[in-house]
Unconditional design. Structure first.
Length: 510
């Protein structure tokens, strides 16, 4: 076993600089989970692909990040937390640069996978290093700093993504990471070498890792390509489904009996954990899918620029910033099941307000206010759910349970996005067919348009765009009706979980 020299907590300007480096690094990684959401139409136009194909840029990053989460603990113990942090930051910057240069969708997706693999360990390791360099009496301050970057980054993601895409081009949403990665890498080398963690040679579950990559990869490719290949009418999609099913079956069998599992499935024996992560998966899947669908609808149907789509969607995080401390305080005093159930029901009510208020003619604030309202309830779902899930497992299982919880959360976001976008596009096409078959007064409308100087083809195009706009609005509303039902079901099943067995340390869920 190779050991690094233990060092005391930092102080003074060194502590401030090191804390800032770790906070900025975490901010950048979290930012990249949402910065591309409003840029999908720009990416699709730039690469000559459909909007649904453009969402692969989002799902590929999420899947790669999810796969890397279970490896973080092994990497840190084998090579040292500081070395893994620096290597991850360098790799993140390199793949960000390559993403900006990508000439094709295939290349962009491949580089986003690399970006996700490198960025996956940075979020938990930045938190661990913050806790190490800050004196014990300032751990609360360290967690507040880390949590604030985690909460604020999704707010700035859509705004920065839209502004950059409209003014500089979509490539620059990736290029902006490069100077930040360089500065943070060099600063980490200079400031953090003295706080390297102990290292030891420990085995890694290569079989489990291989099965995980195979099963998750096949499932996500199936979901991303299903619509283009007519789903199970295609032998290729059927083969992918079989690979995913068999891969997950073998993964479960292997992980249950392996001595050093890459994913510790034994924590599912705790009812509270199983119920909590089930509610988490369905709620976060629907929530993240909405973050992808809304900007696309605003830009493709309502004529919003990427910048204004970013402004409209960013309100989602504003109220969350103010309510997060309240949720954290209440989660220590109240039954977390009440807070989690109430938080998820809040999301359901917000989805219903969209169903009632949103039309193809909605103004900016009609679109933005539900985002603001939704944000107020989000911390009451996320914060106490961590207490409920991790408080259900044995204390020596908290780290494994937290890793599995984050893996499932990230994967549910990718899967929910693939399914949600497919349903939204299929719903739009179905609504368009229905509207076209029942359309009345088309000839009189075209005659009126031609009387005002429109040509015949221009009149047809105008009517077609009007129908498309209404069809997409109907599909969007229908999708949020479904999301609302998912939220209500998730809020109900959380009551199957018992009260937590023990307290959970601040930030353990990350």
């Amino acid at each position: 076993m190779e050991k690094a020299t233990a060092s005391p907590a930092m102080s003074g300007s060194t502590l401030v600089l090191a804390g800032l480096v770790l906070a900025v690094s975490n901010f950048m990684v979290v930012l990249d989970t949402t910065i591309a959401n409003v840029s999908v139409p720009h990416i699709a136009g730039g690469l000559g692909i459909s909007s649904s194909e453009g969402t692969w840029v989002i799902t590929s990053y999420a899947v790669a990040e999810a796969i890397c989460v279970p490896l973080t603990g092994w990497l840190a113990r084998r090579f040292g937390e500081v070395k893994v942090f620096i290597a991850g930051m360098v790799g993140f910057g390199l793949f960000s640069f390559l993403c900006g240069l990508a000439p094709t969708l295939g290349a962009l997706v491949a580089f986003r996978v690399g970006q996700g693999l490198c960025g996956g360990p940075l979020m938990p390791i930045s938190q661990t290093l913050l806790m190490r360099i800050f004196p014990k009496e300032r751990h609360g301050m360290a967690m507040a700093l880390w949590s604030m970057t985690t909460i604020v980054a999704p707010i700035f993601g859509p705004i920065l993504g839209g502004t950059i895409s409209d003014n500089w081009g979509w490539n620059w949403i990736f290029f902006i990471n490069v100077p930040i990665a360089i500065v943070c890498s060099l600063a980490a080398v200079a400031l953090l070498r003295g706080v390297e963690s102990k290292t030891e040679k420990i085995p890694v579950d290569t079989v489990g890792l291989g099965l995980l990559v195979l099963a998750v990869g096949a499932l996500q490719i199936m979901l991303d390509l299903g619509r283009e290949h007519d789903w199970f009418g295609s032998s290729f999609i059927v083969q992918l489904a079989l690979v995913a099913f068999v891969g997950f079956a073998f993964l479960i069998a292997w992980e249950v009996f392996d001595r050093h599992p890459i994913v510790d499935l034994k924590v599912f024996r705790h009812r509270g954990f199983t119920v909590s992560v089930t509610a988490l998966a369905f709620t976060y899947g629907a929530f993240f899918a909405s973050l992808v669908v809304i900007p696309q609808w605003l830009q493709t149907s309502l004529g919003y620029t990427a910048t204004w789509a970013g402004y409209a969607t960013a309100w989602n995080g504003v109220a969350a910033v103010f309510m997060a401390p309240v949720a954290a305080m209440l989660s220590q005093r109240m039954d977390p099941r009440i807070l989690v159930s109430g938080g998820i029901l809040w999301l359901a009510v917000t989805s219903l307000t969209r169903v009632i208020w949103w039309t193809s003619g909605s103004d900016f604030w009609t679109l933005a206010i539900p985002q603001l309202i939704q944000g107020a309830g989000m911390p009451f779902f996320f914060v106490p759910l961590t207490t409920l899930a991790l408080g259900a497992v044995e204390e020596n299982e908290v780290a494994s349970a937290a890793g599995l919880m984050n893996f499932l959360r990230t994967m549910s976001g990718a899967i929910g996005t693939a399914i949600g976008v497919t349903m939204w596009e299929n719903g739009g096409q179905s609504a368009r067919d229905s509207l076209t078959s029942t359309l009345n007064g088309t000839q009189s409308t075209m005659a009126t348009l031609q009387a005002h100087g429109f040509g015949v083809e221009q009149s047809r195009q105008y009517v077609s765009q009007l129908v498309d706009s209404q069809a997409n609005a109907i599909s969007t509303v229908n999708l949020f009706e479904l999301f609302s039902a998912v939220f209500v079901a998730a809020a109900a099943i959380i009551w199957l979980a018992p009260k937590p067995k023990h307290a959970v340390a601040a930030g353990a869920g990350h």
